[in-house]
Write a protein that binds this ligand. Sequence first.
Ligand SMILES: O=C(CO)COP(=O)(O)O
Length: 138
Amino acid sequence: MNIAFIAHDKKKDDLVRFTIAYEGVLKSHTLYSTGTTGFRIMEETSLNLHRYKSGPLGGDQQIGAMIAENKMDLVIFFKDPLTAQPHEPDISALIRLCDVYSIPLATNMATAEVLLSGLKRGEFKWREILKEKNRNEN
Ligand SMILES: O=C(CO)COP(=O)(O)O
């Protein structure tokens, strides 16, 4: 599975702790992130991530582009609902694309826990089936 990690500044510590807790599950997947988020995760875990640009510099849009191309299976985005972000339009666009393409998206830790429990149990196999179907159609 291709999994994206994004966290706003005040949520980065939470996301780092989350990735430490799920490191065992995550290491067998292909991981992506926005710039600073990925840097923090790689600093504190043994996980390897493909880091896109920092969110305010286009990172959310780069992850959005992967969603539009059906190349992202799961998005974990720890949003800060109490701080205004200069790139709010990019954030809304990313969330919108998750809805357009029915990509599972967690915007807080409680939901992320549920999604990763599902991932551990193999409940995301439907994404592989869908991708295979799309490949055959194109
Ligand atoms: O701003 C972000 C998401 O909207 C996150 O970007 P960084 O991971 O570069 O801090």
